[in-house]
Structures are given as structure tokens and as C-alpha cells.
Design a protein around this ligand. Structure first.
Ligand SMILES: Nc1ncnc2c1ncn2[C@@H]1O[C@H](COP(=O)(O)OP(=O)(O)OP(=O)(O)O)[C@@H](O)[C@H]1O
Ligand SMILES: Nc1ncnc2c1ncn2[C@@H]1O[C@H](COP(=O)(O)OP(=O)(O)OP(=O)(O)O)[C@@H](O)[C@H]1O
Ligand SMILES: [Mg+2]
Ligand SMILES: [Mg+2]
Lengths: 228, 228
């Protein structure tokens, strides 16, 4: 499903160049569940932004379902982002003045779904992450872990074929973390949804098939997760 | 140092009441290191906001150094917040258009420190959390864990007597987490700074003297951390 070749990203801060990704090569098969781990600043979120078509690489290639992403038009990229990919950002990125329900409905608006249908589907997704009763809260009226769960619900509501989750349980207690991981694992095993998940926690990484380790903008190691 | 008695906080969302804290009783001694754990939504951040004088309780009492916080004027509260307490928020709360260095300098501005001195002290604090070379980045130019470390540096720069840290290592890899905990432990043991820290991770909680468990807006249990 995803093929990256010599993928690189250099940021500019004033005149200073920051080589956040320095030639990443990786294939992720359709239906795979891959975990990404690595030190703070090693390039994980930068990589996820490129996979999610939210940013363009400085050099290198990214093929999504065999198509070279750099050759796609703006509207084709928007279509992919909104209909094929569910994204959980490291800092949630919820709209601050909209309720939990409206935040979760957003991807369905893009899909052209009607208002009653959207509210129903969004409500179901919020219930699935344990947030019934919080639909009409705006983000500032939710706990950190609740905001994170709204972001997760929003990523799932459009039945995406690819889920990119950047530290989805960083703000969650162990029980909520486990519930989220079970949801993701179920989607992966039953519906063959491809999942790429960044985590700092070994327990969480064990839900994946493979663990990809980032170090200083490169992949330093890839391990298979073997059943205990 | 801190005494709370029947501390309660009820939020209003439309006409719906949300009893986030339902009568919390707790004493925290000067120089103590207390960890707070509990499920998502159990009231931990609400409690931290009250301890940090960022919000007022609906009922109950809060004595800080023996003074009833509810009887203090706005300027007295601002003085306490800015000079006595260092606060790490669950979602960093950095100023988005200011650099890492400027964000860390903020508490020193309130203290009336001169510009050259401020830049020096802030620079030292950023180096202490491993962020030399990132001083002139604004938050959007920093990784999640780097933003979290800027927030930690800002909480420490004013040499506060009380540190309130709400999940300070949620976005940090295990090595950066350990470095931060060692900094906090050192401040606690060498300078007797009182620390109250919310965490979801058992490894992190082991750095504390006591662990306070929240459940549904109340304290359900308090354990002492014994040396292994
Ligand atoms: N400003 C607010 N208005 C209304 N309800 C709120 C507000 N802030 C928090 N709440 C609610 O109060 C409850 C406690 O929230 P709090 O943020 O204290 O939880 P928490 O223990 O910090 O959770 P987490 O581990 O997810 O960060 C939650 O049910 C939340 O929805
Ligand atoms: N927009 C940007 N402009 C400049 N530099 C950036 C930008 N975004 C990230 N960086 C830098 O690129 C490097 C990699 O950042 P990235 O966010 O990918 O790290 P990460 O592995 O996700 O870290 P964390 O675990 O802390 O979230 C960091 O050194 C960071 O300072
Ligand atoms: Mg990141
Ligand atoms: Mg919280």
C-alpha cells in the first residue's frame, strides 16, 4: 500500500537547515499494522505528515497504492486525505469552537453525507470510544484524554483504508489505552485496515506486526513482533 | 504546604452539571513528591488547576502555606502563580508565535529580571532539558516531545517552591522521560521543592513518595512508594 524510497525532509528555520528525515526506505503492505518508535525529535511525526499527504518531501519518492503522490493534483490529494486516510495528530488538532460531535462529523461532511446520517454515525463513533454524554462539549470542556479520544473517533468515522495515529494514547490511562488498541486491532484484523502508529510505549507497540525504529531522521532497525 | 478540605468543582455545560471534583481531602507536606493517577476524566487536571490558583472551587477550602486561597486578591493570586508555582500543562500551552527561548523567559519577565539575564537563565534551562540549538524555534517548528520539554523548562526557570506537572512526559520517549524525572527528583531532594505530578505511567509514579489515586472526582486510595 505504501512505498517510500529515500524519503527526505529538510526544514528551514531562518537560514538554518534542519534535516528531519534523511533518506527513509520502507514498504508497508496492505492490511499491515506497523508501530513506529524512536527518540523525541527523531523524525516520526515528520514522516507521518508525509504519509498523510499533509506535507511534501524535500526529495525521495512516496507511492500510495502504486501512485506517485508527488504527481497528484491538490484536489486529488484532498480527496485521498479526506476519504482514504484517518489521521490522529500528536496534539489532537480539534476545532476549538466546535463540539465533540461536530468535530467527529467533519470527515463525513467532506464525504457529502446528510446531516441526520452524519450525527448518527458520529454519535456511534463517540460511544465506541467511551464518550457518550460528551457530544456537546467543546474541547476546552473535555479532559486531555477525552480530547484525544475525540480525535480518534474522528479518524475512524469515515471508514478509512489507512489509519495514521501519532501517539494516540499519550494522554490516556492504561485502561482507555487498551480499549483504543483493541478497537484498532479489531479494525485491522476484521477489515484489513492498514495502521501506522507512533508510540513511545512498548506495551502499545506489541499490538503491531512490525516495529520500525527511527533514529536521527533514518530507520535504524525493524523488528517483527512475535506472539509470546 | 497544601491543604484541601472537601474541595469540589462542578462545571456547567448548558444546563447540565458536571461534578468534576466531589469533595477532595488531602494534605501535601512541604518538600513532598506526590504522584496523582486515575482514569481519564476522573478529575486530575481539574484538581491541578485549583492547586495552581488558575480556577476557583465551587465549594470547599484550599490553604496554601496556611493562607486561605479564596480570601486572596487577584494580584496576590497572580503573584503566587507567577513566582511560587511552576506549572506544566497537559497540553503545553506555549505561546504559538514566540520562540522556545521567549516562552521560557516569560516567568522571568514577570519577576522583573533584565533582558540579558533572562536570556541567559532561559538558555540554561533549555540546555538542561536537552534543547540547545532549538531556542529560536517557534512551537510549530518543534516536535511534540520538544514542545513538552519547553513547557517543563518554563516551569522550572523561576525556581518555584511548588511544581505542578500535568503529565509532563506523555509525549516523551523513555529516555527523555527518565531525564526529566531525574531533574525533578534532584530539585525535590536537593532543594526541597514540593512536586505534584499527574501521570498515567507506573514507572513515572515510582519517583514519588506517595501516589494519590483519583476515581470519579474523589480520592479512592493513597499509597506510599517504598524503596524496592
Ligand atoms: N471546562 C469544563 N467544562 C465542563 N466540563 C469539564 C471542563 N473541564 C473538564 N470537564 C469535565 O470534568 C471531568 C474531569 O475532567 P479532568 O480534565 O479533570 O479529567 P482528568 O482526570 O484530567 O482526565 P485525563 O486523564 O483524560 O486528562 C471530565 O468528565 C470532563 O469532561
Ligand atoms: N515545521 C518545522 N520547522 C522546523 N523544524 C521542525 C519542524 N517540525 C519539526 N522540526 C524539527 O524536526 C525534527 C523532527 O521532528 P519530529 O516532529 O518529526 O520528531 P518526533 O520524532 O515526532 O518527536 P517527538 O517524539 O518529540 O514527537 C526535530 O528536531 C524538530 O525540531
Ligand atoms: Mg512527534
Ligand atoms: Mg487531564
Amino acid at each position: 500500500l505504501l512505498q517510500v524510497e529515500k524519503l527526505s525532509k529538510t526544514y528551514l528555520v531562518g537560514d538554518i537547515k534542519i534535516p528531519a528525515l534523511r533518506g527513509v526506505n520502507l514498504d508497508i503492505a496492505r492490511g499491515e499494522f506497523a508501530a513506529i518508535m524512536g527518540a523525541s525529535g527523531s523524525g516520526k511525526s515528520t514522516f507521518m505528515n508525509l504519509l498523510g499527504c499533509l506535507d511534501r518531501p524535500t526529495s525521495g519518492k512516496y507511492l500510495l497504492s502504486g501512485r506517485d503522490v508527488s504527481s497528484l493534483s491538490k484536489s486529488e490529494l484532498a480527496e485521498i486525505r479526506n476519504r482514504q486516510i484517518g489521521f490522529v495528530f500528536q496534539q489532537f488538532n480539534l476545532l476549538p469552537r466546535t463540539t465533540a460531535l461536530e468535530n467527529v462529523e467533519l470527515p463525513l461532511q467532506y464525504a457529502g453525507m446528510r446531516s441526520k446520517e452524519r450525527a448518527k454515525k458520529a454519535g456511534q463513533q463517540l460511544a465506541a470510544v467511551g464518550l457518550s454524554g460528551r457530544e456537546h462539549h467543546v474541547p476546552s470542556q473535555l479532559s486531555g484524554g477525552q480530547q484525544q479520544r475525540v480525535a480518534i473517533a474522528r479518524a475512524l468515522v469515515n471508514d478509512p483504508s489507512l489509519i495514521l495515529a501519532d501517539e494516540p494514547s499519550g494522554n490516556l490511562d492504561s485502561r482507555s489505552s487498551l480499549e483504543i488498541m483493541e478497537i484498532l486491532q479489531k479494525l485491522n484484523r476484521e477489515r484489513h485496515i492498514t495502521i501506522v502508529l507512533v508510540t513511545h510505549e512498548t506495551d502499545i507497540s506489541q499490538f503491531a506486526d512490525r516495529i520500525v525504529y527511527f533514529k536521527d531522521g533514518r530507520i535504524s532497525q525493524i523488528s517483527s513482533v512475535t506472539e509470546p
